[in-house]
Design a protein around this ligand. Structure first.
Ligand code: A3P
Length: 289
């Protein structure tokens, strides 16, 4: 990769300089009543949930969901200065909009809470998130080089990666879930029982969908189908930002891929640190890590 962006710190969160440069406008983003926000730590299944939500909102109509690439149908707030759709286009979108963010709960633009917008959160277990993020950062221009993996593990544990600490992100959204209008979901649950989780999303969004439609959405959002759907696989991402987007957004889509990267020693260090960082929460992941 020719040039690589750097990380800086905004409000205690490590973030790409390209995002930090426009922080005031991002934080002051004007949500509207009825907007739906998909919030995640990076690499937790954001694109997957985006496609699910768009299909749910449109009653499983796959033709409507072919109207544009996923990042245009559901704009990414912090990236509105980095790529299209820009802030002006997002502001011009008709209500209700579906939007995406990776911001931690305390840095979500306050207008979302003021308007009591619905927020769908997806959490993914730490080791798979780290693994996916490591592969992603190899191909993405806005972040520093993630190599070597050993150093990346250290940085992840410290929160020295884009959008800061995974631990604080998942815990703080967990604590906020009853205070705000937040549906907290897990990547591993969607993988295990997609129909059930899609039903939860539909119910949260006030949609009554038949079992047939729920099954159809589950089929259209499997990894295999999304990978070959050019409107869902993020393959149209600007090449100057993501050299090979197919290797970033639709890589393997598995639970447990961390086993291909972590050495026994890294695992030991990571798990001891994990225990400590997660000791003050009731949040647990299905694989108990
Ligand atoms: P891997 O790198 O482990 O394969 P995000 O959209 O938040 O960037 O997350 C990307 C991760 O979600 C990638 O993980 C990607 O493969 C996975 N993913 C995307 N769509 C998926 C789907 N339909 N089913 C399962 N995993 C999916």
């Amino acid at each position: 990769m020719a040039t690589r962006g750097k990380l800086t710190v905004v409000e205690g969160m490590a973030i790409s300089e390209a995002i930090a440069a426009n922080w005031d406008e991002i934080y002051n983003f004007q949500a509207r009543p009825g907007d739906v926000l998909i919030a995640t730590y990076p690499k937790s299944g954001t694109t997957w949930m985006q496609e699910i939500v768009d299909l749910v909102v449109h009653d499983g109509d796959e033709q409507i969901c072919q109207r544009g690439p996923i990042f245009e149908r559901i704009p990414f707030i912090e990236f509105s200065h980095v790529m299209k759709p820009g802030m002006e286009e997002i502001n011009a979108m008709p209500s209700p909009r579906i939007l995406k963010t990776h911001l931690p709960v305390q840095l979500v633009p306050p207008s979302f809470w003021r308007h009591k917008c619905k927020v769908i959160y997806v959490a993914r277990n730490a080791k798979d998130t780290l693994t996916s993020y490591f592969h992603f950062d190899k191909h993405v221009g806005i972040h520093p080089d993630p190599e070597p993996f050993e150093e990346y593990v250290r940085r992840f544990m410290k929160g020295d990666v884009g959008w800061g600490s995974w631990y604080d992100h998942v815990k703080d959204f967990w604590e906020a879930r009853d205070k705000h209008n937040i549906l907290y979901t897990f990547y591993e649950d969607i993988k295990k029982n997609p129909q059930q989780e899609i039903r939860k999303v539909a119910k949260f969004l006030g949609k009554e969908l038949s079992e047939d439609v729920l099954n159809k959405i589950a089929k259209l959002t499997t990894f295999e189908v999304m990978k070959t759907n050019p409107m869902a696989n993020a393959s149209g991402f600007p090449k100057e930002l993501v050299a090979q987007s197919e290797k970033c957004f639709m890589r393997k889509g598995k639970v447990g891929d961390w086993k291909t990267l972590f050495s026994a020693q890294q695992l030991e260090i990571f798990e001891a640190d994990y225990k400590q960082q997660m000791s003050n929460t009731t949040l647990t992941f299905s694989d108990k890590i």
